[in-house]
Design a protein around this ligand. Structure first.
Ligand code: ZN
Length: 333
């Protein structure tokens, strides 16, 4: 017999930046969401109160909610992100039950009524709901924890990558409950959204080639300032690249076909030089059930990419890390 599961309740909606007619349409879409979610086995460890904010001033709402609730777990929250989290943020208040989750989304995809925008907003909202479920099921990352070494930071990034993939898998399942194609068949977000994510991935992969050239420049002119900049930029570049590839993989899997992605990536020098040697392992580690081992391997993968870019970072307890620099692999562009 299925154990009783807790309820997810749409506790409040805040809609800003929409005209009257769009606002009513979006309100109706959101109210239809909860009955749709009840068809899914949410398996919640706590009752969840969901607050949805759709706005053109995300940061203002993030600050307001943080002030109102004191310390808050955020699933993953980074203002600098280029990827999905730049358009959606989930904040989880620490006091429970009920678990109070705030999903804040950029208004753009809600303002238009075309099919692509409909699919995009369902994907963005359901992706954030994926994070709500991670916390509702007691398995979300506590983003208040800080890493004390580079090794820890790589592992943390690996955890976030797996969490993002998981949120995308939830988004795919939930979108299929809500979206239908012309023939009335369940529609995942991948068919319409995968190509634009692939294009963004190809762009970010060229940044890896540029980074390798910068490492080489350091080897020639050797200023401390340049090394410091390389060190500060390495983590965000690796994290962004891996996250964007993760969302892209999830969307191609949602469209049930990775082949078009592989074909495009094969033409990218940045992919061939820095990512491809670990690509198949990375695909396996995203879906692996052995969480700890998969996270360790993903963090090693990030270290391998950095190594191919010409850097190796050595943690030294009580001291600044030592940055080893060697000849990077160069892309033939
Ligand atoms: Zn996310």
């Amino acid at each position: 017999m299925a154990s009783p599961t807790h309820r997810l309740r749409l506790a409040s909606t805040t809609l800003e930046g929409l005209d009257g007619a769009r606002q009513r349409a979006v309100e109706a879409e959101l109210q239809a969401l909860i009955p749709a979610l009840e068809q899914a086995d949410l398996n919640l460890a706590h009752p969840v109160d969901l607050h949805v904010v759709i706005t053109n001033s995300m940061e203002q709402h993030v600050d307001r909610i943080r002030k109102q609730h004191g310390a808050i777990d955020a699933a993953p929250y980074a203002r600098t992100r280029l990827t999905v989290s730049a358009t959606g943020i989930t904040l989880v208040a620490p006091n429970r039950p009920p678990l109070s989750c705030h999903v804040i989304l950029a208004v753009d995809a809600w303002a238009a009524s075309d099919v692509e925008s409909l699919v995009l907003r369902n994907y963005l909202l359901c992706h954030e709901l994926g994070h709500v479920l991670q916390h509702g099921q007691g398995r979300g990352i506590d983003c208040r924890q800080r890493s004390s070494s580079n090794e820890e930071e790589m592992l943390r990034t690996a955890k976030i990558i797996r969490e993002e993939f998981d949120a995308d898998s939830t988004a795919d399942a939930l979108c299929r409950l809500m979206l239908r194609d012309d023939q009335g068949k369940a529609l995942g977000p991948g068919h319409l959204l995968a190509p634009q994510f692939a294009a963004a991935s190809l762009d970010i992969l060229t940044n890896l080639c540029d980074f390798a050239l910068e490492v080489q420049r350091y080897r020639e002119i050797g200023t401390d300032e340049l090394l410091d900049r390389l060190y500060r930029n390495a983590g965000p570049l690796l994290g962004e690249t891996a996250l964007l590839l993760t969302h892209t993989i999830a969307l191609y899997l949602s469209a049930r076909d990775l082949a078009p992605l592989s074909e495009q990536l094969a033409k990218s020098p940045g992919f061939k030089c820095y990512i491809e040697p670990d690509w198949n392992d990375f695909l396996e580690d995203l879906v692996s059930k052995d969480e700890g081992a998969a996270e360790r391997r993903i963090s090693e993968f990030l270290g391998n990419v950095l190594y191919r870019l010409g850097l190796r970072i050595e943690d030294r307890p009580g001291q600044a890390p030592y940055i080893h620099v060697h000849k990077p692999i160069f892309c033939d562009t």
